[in-house]
Structure formats: C-alpha cells, structure tokens
Write a protein that binds this ligand. Sequence first.
Ligand code: ADP
Ligand code: MG
Length: 703
Amino acid sequence: MPDFPSATPDLPPASKPASKPKAVKKVVSTETKLARLGLRTDMDLVLHLPMRYEDETRVYTIRDACLRGGESWQVEGVVSKCEVSFKPRKQLLVTIADETGDLLLRFMNFYGSQVKQLAEGTRVRARAELKHGFFGAEMVHPVYKVVNEGAPLPTALTPVYPSGEGLSQHVLRRAIAEAMKRIDWTDTLPESLLRQMQLSPFQAAVRLLHYPPQQIDESALMDRSHPAWVRMKFDELLAQQLSLKRAQYARRSKGAAALPFVGSLSTAFQNALPFRLTGAQARVLDEIRADLRQPYPMQRLLQGDVGSGKTVVAALSATQAIDSGYQAALMAPTEILAEQHFRKIAAWLEPLGVKVAWLTGSLKKKEKTASLALIESGEAQLVIGTHALIQDNVQFSKLGLVIVDEQHRFGVGQRLTLRNKGDSAAVPHQLMMSATPIPRTLAMTYYADLEVSVIDELPPGRSPIVTRAIDQNRRDEVIARVYAAALEGRQVYWVCPLIEESEALQLQTATDTCMMLAEALPALQVGLVHGRLKPAEKQEVMDAFIAGQLHVLVATTVIEVGVDVPNASLMVIEHAERFGLSQLHQLRGRVGRGTAASVCLLLYQGPLGGVARQRLMTMRETTDGFEIARRDLEIRGPGEFLGARQSGQAMLRFADLETDQWLVDQARDVAHELLHAATPASAATVEAHLARWLGNKEEFLKV
Ligand code: ADP
Ligand code: MG
C-alpha cells in the first residue's frame, strides 16, 4: 500500500487548474520527520502511545454499512469501475461491490499508481466515514488496502498515533514495532512498589496499549482509565515529581549570598513612599525578605493580579540586596515596560543615592558601553532592562538578586541565563513576578520547586471595572462614550484587533482606527502606538499620554503588559473575540488603576463561536484574575494554558491534571519516599525511572 494522506480536506476548485507550477519537493527523511515529533530514541517511540484505536477486526457488508451510516466502517469489495473524472475537478472515482450492494470511493488527491492499483477486478478493504452523496453512498478518501479473498483480519484494534506532516500511520507503526524489539524492558519500579500501588508491569502495559487484544474493554481504553493507562500516567507523573524534587534539593545544596540587611536604604525608601503598603504587600515582602537572608538561592514566584502593586515589592526587595552590598537586576519583557520601571524606580531610589543603570537593545552604542561599564564595575547597584540583560557581554560585579517581571513572557532558557550571571560560586536569588495566576493544581505539579507568594488584595480606593460586551455595529455609541470620558478629563485606550497572520495588516488597522477616531472626534487628541515604532518614538507617544496631552491612545497589543497610567479609565478592545482570556484580562488591567470608576468595552463581531462567547462572558462576570485563570484552564486545558515555553519539555502527555489528581498525590508521595530512602536501591530506581521518562529533557525542569 502506498503511503498517502488518508484524509485530505476538500479544497475549493483551483482558479487556474491548467498551469499549476510544479513545487520542488524536498526529501525529508523518516528520521527527521520522527524527530519533529520529538521521537529520537527507541524509548521515545515506544512511549509514543496511540491517541485512539480503530476497529479493523470486522468487515461489514456494504448494505449494513450503508444502513448504519455516519461513523467509520470497514467494508470489502471488488472494483467494478475505476475512472478519473474531471468534473467538477480532477478526481479518482472507484466503485466497489460485494454481494449486497455497491459503493463509491472518491479520491480528490491521488497518484497515477493508484489508478493502476485499483483496476477493475481488484479486491479492496476500505474504511472511512460513510456519506450519502448525490450518487448514493460513498466514502471520501478511505483508508484502503488491496487484499486477496479470505485474507485474515487483524485480531487487535489498530492504534492511531499522533502524527506529523508527511508521516503515515503505517511508517509510525513500523518504527514503533522495530523499537519495541530493541529496548530494554526492565521495569524501573520494584515489584514491591507495583504490588503496593496495584500497578501493571511496564512491559505488559505498553504492549497492551500498542496492541490491544480484541476482547478488551474498549471504553476503558478510550477514556484512559484502563490499568495500562494508569501505569503510564503514574510513571509520567512520578518522573515529573522526582525531577522537580531533585532540582529543589540540588538548589538548596547550592550556595547563594545571604542578603541579610534591611538597612538604611530600605527603611528610607519605605518611609518615602507616597502610600502605605497593603497588608498583602507587607506580607509577601516579609516572605521575600526571609528568603533573601538564607545562604541558598531563593526561587520565588510573586503572583498578584494586575494593579496589585508588584513593582514596589520588587523595588523593596532590590533595596535589601543593595543594603547588603550586592547588585540587583530587573528584567521586563518589553521596552515600554522596562522603561516605565526604570523611570518609576529611578525616581524612587536615585534621590536616596542609588545608582540605577538602564540597558535595552535599542540603546546607542555609546550609552550601551557606558551602562555595561557601570554594571561590570559594580557602580550600578540596580540594573533595569529587557532581554538585553542576558547578552553575553553583560558582566555583573556582584549580582545578588534577579527579578523577572511578567515571567510567563520569557522562555525557560532566558530565565536560566540571567540567573547564571552571578559569579560561579553563588547563584543569585530569583524573584519571578506574574499577573497570570497559575491555578493551584498546576502550581503543584509544574512548580513543585517554587515557593509562591500571592498578593491577594488591591490597593485601597480602586473602584471595580465594569465590563460590557458590545456588538461592533454599535461603534457609534462607543465613540460617544469616548468623548464623554474625555470631557470628564479621563483618558482612553483603544486597542486594535489582533491579526495574527499579518503584522502589516495589524498595523494598517491600527492606523485606520486612529484616523477614524481623529475624524470622528476632532476636538480630541488621538495618539497611536504600535510595535513597529522605534523605541524613542514609542516613548514619545507614551510620554504624551502619561502627561495627559493625549485623550485617546490607539494601540496594538504592545500595551498589553504592565503599562500604568492611572488617569485612564476607559478601555475599548476591538474584535475582543480574537483575544485569549489572559490577554483580555491583562489589557483590561490597564484601567481601574486610579480612583475613577472604570469601564471596559469589548467590541465583538458576531456571530460568536462557543469558546469566544464563554471568554467574553467570563470577562463580564469577573475581574478576579484567579477566577479567570481557573476558567481559562477549563476552557483550554492545561497544555495550552502553560504552553511549551512555560513548562520546558515537561508537558504531561498522558496524565490529566483534572481527572488524575489522585495519581498526582500518589506520585508525589512515592517520589518523596524514594528520594528520602536514599538507599542504593532507591537511588537506582530514581535514576532508571528518570532516564526512561525524561532522558535528556530533565535540564528544563530545573529552572
Ligand atoms: P502590578 O502588580 O500590575 O505590576 P503596579 O506595581 O504597576 O501593579 O502598581 C499599580 C499601581 O498601584 C501603581 O501606580 C502603584 O504605584 C500603585 N500602588 C502600588 N501599591 C500601592 C499601595 N499600597 N497603595 C496605593 N497605591 C499603590
Ligand atoms: Mg507590573
């Protein structure tokens, strides 16, 4: 059987069918295709488990299959007609017949060899969904096989594997079967543990999942509650827990410079603040301060909803490092945000005699050289910047504390690099900040190695934000709201739609919107900020907005994170249906920062899909970031929620954090026992298990 795509979507007829340019085909080896799926070793292949199964153990008569309709059935018949038709487009039409009736097999894409292969008189087994088309029953792009009469049927369900471009099930199956012959099947877990936890042996479980016997409980296989699945999930979770806990112990055994002094600078700074810390800020600050005094590196995640006041906590942590004679670094994901931090924190600290340096990619060469010198000599006590901070040429003199703002915007590797900027003997303390709360179940599994502090209170005097979803053909009313807000001396953000396919188009839309608003509201000053502006230009627009010279700021999503202009009280988001929940929450968080009642208008274009509707409803119902994250998790599932960037390679493939919580708990306990036992046997178990399940991927979990 040739390898060909078993289901090709129906394409509309090409506009110029005559002269299709011949694409130059690149030959990609099977090995490369497998590697793209992360399948590099034999064990990778063996642990590449089916996502579902197909039943090829039965053949239905054509009549039975037609009567049942709908689902996918396997039929067998002899080709009675095979022709290439050109109307309405080129396709291969094959009719097969058995003693009960006949059936059309339709191929929109096919090779010349298939026409020969399916010549009249050939016997084929075909399997696909059955459709009732204009000419009677048909299968479109069935999976088929040429067979002899009486050819034996498979006795096991046929696995269907997650696959990638140009990689057929057939090739995958063969590669997996070969790998199964080569690997060492020794169970990584001792008998006693298997008995105690009532787990299936590894080899039996894996074999069963790849080749389930005919008489198996299919529903348990499908919903992954079968003991064989449970073993896989347990193993996966155990590997994750072992790795996280080991990283935690390793970190504790590494030295860090203790930063014991909350001295004159910290005190003076806190006294000079124009506000009192909220109870929650004070509490998390205490937690951080206690960690910084320890001689091993802090690794703490500071979670606080947008506007909860994380920046000042970061600055107060930095002063403890400075008071103790060390440098601190603060890294932010965008230039706008880094610059805002720099201005705000420098304004707080420079009057108290602290030297704050500033480093971004867009600095002129001379300024950059000057900053680098300040950082290297140690004269700069606090360094604020973007990714530029992690470049090779940045040398710190005595880096004691690393702070990463909006940490979820950085890759694992980037955070690691900044942490490695300390001297080799001591790892700097690390504080990560995020407004995107990680639900508890996730925090426990993915961040077993992190301490978490939560600011669960907003500064006083904030009024809640009212959120409305409005059909975009009511845009005129929205423009009237913008005008009314400006008359009251308030400022407005107008966020342009996300156009993922095209940055140019996104820019165009933003420019158009800006002109439209300027025209509709001639009395108002309207500014525009987007990602293509040079940093200096961006800053100029932001400055004008901060100074109140602009009433309306039209923006692309560059303002998503961190921007803080308390006088802005109206947020308009166009095509809100295109944004994800956490992004909407971040955007909305730009308003409601002052005392004025704030409003967020979500303009949408109907009709809304189910997920988009759920998102907008969530936004209307709550402004609580934790609740939003919880619902986001519900809507999207944990895989997407964290994204590969967040979790390194650590995504769970088999276990589901919602339904398998009980297994997470068990895996955690077993991991704890194995590591604590510290006998040669338990150490060997740990090594073997990690090697099997994580291989070389473990590094990623350690950051
Ligand atoms: P986020 O947690 O989103 O980073 P910011 O640190 O930007 O929030 O703080 C939001 C705003 O609240 C800033 O203008 C900040 O100065 C102000 N703020 C922070 N803490 C307090 C407080 N305890 N009382 C009053 N205002 C505060
Ligand atoms: Mg912030």
